[in-house]
Write a protein that binds this ligand. Structure first.
Ligand code: AMP
Length: 317
């Protein structure tokens, strides 16, 4: 089985309290693909400019990612500059240059088109829809977005959402999009637009999932040193979708999605330990397995019964 992703392929400039990088490989599709590549074959769709080097492509190819649908066009690669303060849950975007994405019209190869799962990573919603429409055979389609698109292309974003199975958004973006301060109500609104699964990413507080069958949440893996949160959401999505792709024969139910949340959480936690893609490119399968096991131990609890004091206690007190 395989997985297709469309999203930004970028150069990022990032400043956090722990350091600065002026130009590093980034982009939502890149972070996603690196994380998902631990589980299944990933096809990346998107354009890069003439400033994108072979060494950047090699980083993806080294993880077995199919880069045939990365189109080189004349112009500049997508560029994003962001800065974080001491609250790493909050970042300021200082610059976004769409570059070659401005006029990009995706034409997918048969391999990308035939993928079982599709992830529409953060990019213009029109573009996400064009890819979604070409992947008519997909069993499960998920998407991400961000405040920029909520604020500038809300109608198109909702139209794209109506054609997917799962929406993964930051908690605050979900509230902004639906104009609902309450997460459960916000998720219900999104589900009314079409998707059956809603995942709210909550940064250092973890992620929550709402499906027809109920609610599930996991904390983020507790780390003492978080260096750069950029790409955490995409790595979460990569782990989540990768896990689903690797279980193509299993029913896509709440239980499978819960396990996918654990793998998403593990991948995201490694990503934030270093800048950009630096940690994930060195990651091993053993480390992923180990972190999922720790997360499981951490979130399990035994529920011993207890005799609760009821009405009689209130009367005698
Ligand atoms: P995340 O931290 O998971 O939300 O994603 C970070 C990545 O998103 C960075 O590597 C950026 O290149 C990319 N990015 C930032 N702004 C945008 C945007 N407006 N559209 C698409 N990708 C973006």
């Amino acid at each position: 089985m395989s997985l297709t992703v469309v999203g930004s392929i970028a150069f990022d400039a990032v400043k956090t309290p722990f350091g600065v990088r002026e130009r590093m490989l980034g982009g939502s599709a890149v972070h996603f693909a690196l994380a998902a590549s631990f589980f299944d074959q990933v096809h990346v769709v998107g354009p890069v400019g003439d400033d994108f080097g072979e060494e950047e492509l090699a980083i993806m190819r080294a993880r077995g990612i199919d880069t045939d649908d990365i189109e080189r066009v004349s112009g500049k690669t997508f560029f994003w500059r962001g800065e974080y303060g001491w609250d790493l849950n909050h970042r300021t975007t200082l610059d976004t240059q769409l570059g070659v994405f401005a006029d990009f019209e995706p034409k997918l190869s048969d391999a990308s088109r035939g993928a079982d799962l599709v992830f529409l990573a953060n990019i213009q919603p029109d573009l996400q829809r064009q890819v979604r429409e070409q992947c008519s055979a997909a069993r499960f389609v998920a998407m991400d977005s961000m405040n920029l698109w909520v604020e500038t292309t809300r109608d198109s974003l909702i139209e794209t959402m109506s054609g997917v199975d799962c929406v993964m958004l930051n908690d605050s973006e979900l509230r902004e999009l639906t104009e609902q301060p309450n997460l459960v109500r916000a998720a219900r609104q999104v589900r009314e637009w079409g998707p059956t699964v809603v995942v709210a990413k909550q940064g250092e507080y973890g992620a929550a999932m709402i499906t027809e069958e109920g609610f599930f949440a996991l904390p983020a893996f507790p780390l003492e040193d978080v260096v750069d949160p950029t790409g955490a959401g995409d790595c979460f999505a990569g782990g989540f979708m990768g896990y689903l792709a690797a279980h193509a024969e299993a029913p896509l139910d709440h239980d499978l999605l819960r396990s996918a949340m654990a793998y998403g959480t593990a991948l995201a936690s490694y990503n934030v330990e270093e800048f950009g893609t630096e940690r994930v490119v060195r990651l091993t399968s053993e480390e992923i397995t180990e972190r999922v096991a720790s997360l499981r131990r951490m979130t399990e609890f035994a529920c011993r019964s207890v005799a609760l004091r009821g009405d009689s206690a209130r009367q005698s007190g």
